[in-house]
Design a protein around this ligand. Structure first.
Ligand SMILES: Cc1cc2nc3c(=O)[nH]c(=O)nc-3n(C[C@H](O)[C@H](O)[C@H](O)COP(=O)(O)O)c2cc1C
Length: 308
């Protein structure tokens, strides 16, 4: 079965769940445009998640997903809300969905864990999953070590499950490349930040529009929580702390609330402006629908060229 049939979507494009950004309204916009919208539960209280799911359900009758952060301390409550609200698809990052697989499966929920190495794909294949999202380190936000180019084919070898490729995809050529590497669909985060409907502060969008790929960096290597963000005061300070070999607690405390500062208050100097490398190829803000039409048009063009 292809991914469109499995997820009941028109186009094989998943919107990445993005903490503090991917609201119910934004997810509904994506789903109404034919992709799979995703509510990012990261940074939401269980009550807020419940409200955002209700908002999404009131704005679309198309399928949508909820992104779960498996290691959060109140994950039990979050899972209960997902089960009670009739959510049908979840993506699962920051930890394994293993402990909850039985009940999610019994509720008929399709689970798509996000993985960053082939071994994770292999280990998770023992569960009855909807599929696997292999996310390369070109992506924005928290990242692994492998690039999409090497991760996707190795993940494909490691599992027979439907495979989605994320990280570094914002054009039709990149979408086609993902397919050639073995993916049945793509997950996109960064490019959706630069859409009219994306509910991030205007300053966040402006700083992404201005940025080239050389303005993108990684912090958090030392405490095992690497993340891709724009170079700014926050990134500089963080790297300084890393060089001073500050303890993990100091580093973790330093980042608390920084993404929210950038997303909600528009502090792009001291906030965490998460973005992937595709920011270097994005130079305008489009309505979601137009971006989707654009990437699909480019994909068809690229495919024609390949077949010539
Ligand atoms: C600002 C931002 C926040 C993100 N937050 C999350 C998150 O909360 N949970 C998650 O699983 N992935 C998160 N991601 C990763 C996306 O879901 C997606 O996999 C990734 O952005 C795809 O790569 P791209 O940025 O190159 O398009 C985030 C990405 C960005 C850019």
């Amino acid at each position: 079965m292809n991914i469109n049939e499995l997820l009941n979507i028109k186009y094989p494009i998943l919107q990445g769940g993005m903490a503090h950004i991917a609201t119910g309204e934004f997810a509904a916009t994506l789903s109404n445009a034919g992709a799979l919208g995703t509510i990012g539960s990261g940074g939401m209280s269980p009550q807020r998640l419940k409200r955002e799911i209700e908002i999404c359900q009131s704005l679309t009758d198309r399928p949508f997903a909820v992104n779960l952060m498996m290691l959060r301390p109140d994950i039990r409550e979050i899972i209960d809300i997902v089960l009670e609200s009739g959510v049908k698809i979840v993506t699962a990052g920051a930890g394994s969905p293993g402990p909850f697989m039985k009940e999610l499966e019994e509720a008929g929920i399709l689970v798509f864990p996000v993985i960053s190495s082939p071994i994770q794909a292999k280990k998770l294949s023992k569960y009855k999953l909807g599929g696997i999202i292999a996310e390369g380190m070109e992506a924005g936000g928290h990242i692994g070590e492998m690039t999409t180019m090497v991760l996707v084919p190795q993940a494909k070898e490691a599992t027979d499950l439907p495979l989605i490729s994320g990280g570094g995809i914002a054009s039709g050529k990149q979408m086609l490349a993902a397919e050639i590497l073995g993916a049945q669909g793509v997950q996109i985060g960064t490019a959706f930040l630069l859409t009219e409907e994306c509910p991030i502060h205007e300053e966040y969008k402006k700083s992404l529009l201005k940025a080239t790929a050389s303005k993108v960096t990684t912090v958090g290597n030392i405490n095992g929580l690497p993340m891709r963000i724009l170079k700014n005061n926050m990134a500089r300070e963080y790297k300084k702390l890393e060089k001073e070999e500050s303890n993990i607690e100091t580093l973790e405390t330093f980042t608390v609330g920084r993404l929210r500062e950038a997303v909600v208050n528009g502090d792009v100097i001291n906030g965490s402006v998460m973005t992937g490398y595709t920011v270097g190829q994005l130079d305008r803000i489009l309505p979601v629908k137009d971006f989707i039409e654009q990437i699909l048009g480019e994909y068809e063009e690229a495919k024609k060229c390949l077949l010539k």
